[in-house]
Design a protein around this ligand. Structure first.
Ligand code: RNT
Ligand code: ZN
Length: 417
């Protein structure tokens, strides 16, 4: 599309929004300050670089076998840079422990050190990217159905050691980048069938967490993520939402809200105002569940829009970290990154463009139909012109023009893998 047309459309949008009291220039600045944490695991279907890597386990699954997945650290880095070049703004990179630079060495999870992430730290610095981190309890011979909640001390200690080491690594990343590294802790622990030891498992998980979090780590932040159930662990989840919400509130941890981790009619957006009075910060894992925690690519669906709108309405922009967590192996993976990231940004943009004050005043005055009317009007306001302008100012393709760029990347790079 012609630059001129985009600018003209933006000028009209700017006027339209000014009429309802929204300053689009201010919103563009806010959007520039909205940083996603790009999850490295969309590039290779959560495989990672362990020399000894086995099959995927831990209740999660990536389906599809689209050609061109990153096979090693260089390819993954190249793919991330390609994706970033098509997403406006500056974004963080979220690494899992299994993505270390192991250089052909078998490094077990309880042996990992920052040495295996030094090249990531250097790479991130070179590319002006801040890093986040995750411990990895899945896809390992000792994963089983219980890791940190395992009554077997040997296995439990193995995962405690792993997670402690991950916190050391995250802290070192935070120090190196001069900005706290956010480390997410999710373990799949649960039961496939009926069990009578729920209290034992939960008390064990609590003790393991206490031990893991005992060491002060000033340059990293801990977040903890619950879920409803994992595949093969349908009957009971040790780290349920109640468990982690209570833990985060009591011990001042960041709570992770993964949008795929709730019952299908439960609203992740509704958690925001419910937990923010009790926890300082939230981490998001923005994803898209289709019938289950299927981790489809994020789109501008109602649950995602509502989630971002609730954050803005709660005045909590600076209390939320915005991680992505989808992994679809059935489509072009760079395309997945770009669509998911841009859709998350568009939802945030629409949230920022909402004339919240006016709507709130109508609501408080009991003018119900005006609330509904304004909410409906927002859906057709020219927010797309504002997003196009954002892309233009950030020097990335506007609208569907990114498709041609990805086609080119496929021809030049991924089709040769
Ligand atoms: C699993 C959790 C977890 C993982 C990643 C790979 O259900 O959502 O966050 O998806 O850590
Ligand atoms: Zn998640």
């Amino acid at each position: 599309m012609k630059t001129e047309l985009i600018s003209q459309a933006y000028a009209v949008a700017k006027e339209r929004y000014a009429e309802i009291g929204i300053d689009t220039e201010k919103v563009l600045t806010q959007l520039q300050d909205f940083h996603l944490s790009l999850h490295c695991w969309q590039a290779d279907d959560v495989h990672g670089f362990e020399v000894q890597a086995g099959a995927m386990s831990g209740g999660i699954q990536s389906t599809g076998d689209f050609p061109g997945a990153a096979r090693n650290i260089d390819e993954l880095r190249q793919d991330i840079l390609e994706a970033k070049s098509l997403i406006p703004g500056s974004h963080r990179l979220n690494l899992h422990e299994i993505y270390g630079d192991f250089k052909g060495k078998v490094v077990d999870r309880d042996e990992v050190t920052v040495e295996y992430f030094q090249s990531w730290i250097d790479w991130a610095k070179e590319h002006n990217t801040l890093l986040d981190f995750n411990s990895s309890s899945f896809s390992h011979p000792k994963s089983g159905s219980l890791s940190l909640a395992n009554p077997d001390k040997g296995i439990r200690d193995f995962w405690i050691e792993h997670t402690k080491r991950c916190r050391d690594i995250a802290n070192a990343m935070g120090e190196a980048q001069g900005d706290p590294c956010i480390m997410n802790l999710w373990v799949h622990d649960g039961c496939k069938d009926v069990s009578v030891n729920h209290a034992l498992y939960r008390n064990t998980l609590k003790q393991s967490l206490d031990e893991i979090f005992a060491k002060p780590q000033p340059m990293m932040k801990d977040c903890i993520e619950g879920k409803v159930f994992g595949i093969g662990l349908e009957s009971f989840t040790v780290g349920s939402h109640d468990f982690y919400t209570a833990y985060a509130a009591k011990y001042d941890k960041i709570l992770t809200i993964d949008t795929g981790h709730y019952h299908p009619t439960e609203s992740p957006a509704d958690k925001v105002s419910a937990v923010l009075p009790f926890v300082k910060e939230l981490m998001l894992h923005v994803s898209r569940p289709v019938r289950w925690d299927s981790d489809h690519v994020t789109i501008m669906d109602d649950p995602t829009q509502e989630l971002f709108s609730e954050i803005v309405r709660a005045g909590a922009l600076d209390r939320v970290h915005y991680g992505l967590d989808f992994f679809d192996g059935s489509i072009n993976r760079i395309g997945a990154y770009v669509i998911g990231s841009r859709s998350a940004q568009k939802c945030m943009l629409r949230a920022l463009l909402e004339p919240q004050q006016t709507i709130s005043q109508y609501e408080l005055a009991g003018e119900g139909y005006k609330v509904l009317a304004l909410m409906e009007e927002q859906k057709a306001m020219p927010w797309q012109a504002v997003y196009d302008e954002f892309c233009l100012r950030n020097n990335v393709p506007v609208g569907q023009a990114f498709i041609a760029e990805i086609d080119k990347y496929v021809a030049d790079v991924t089709s040769k893998r």
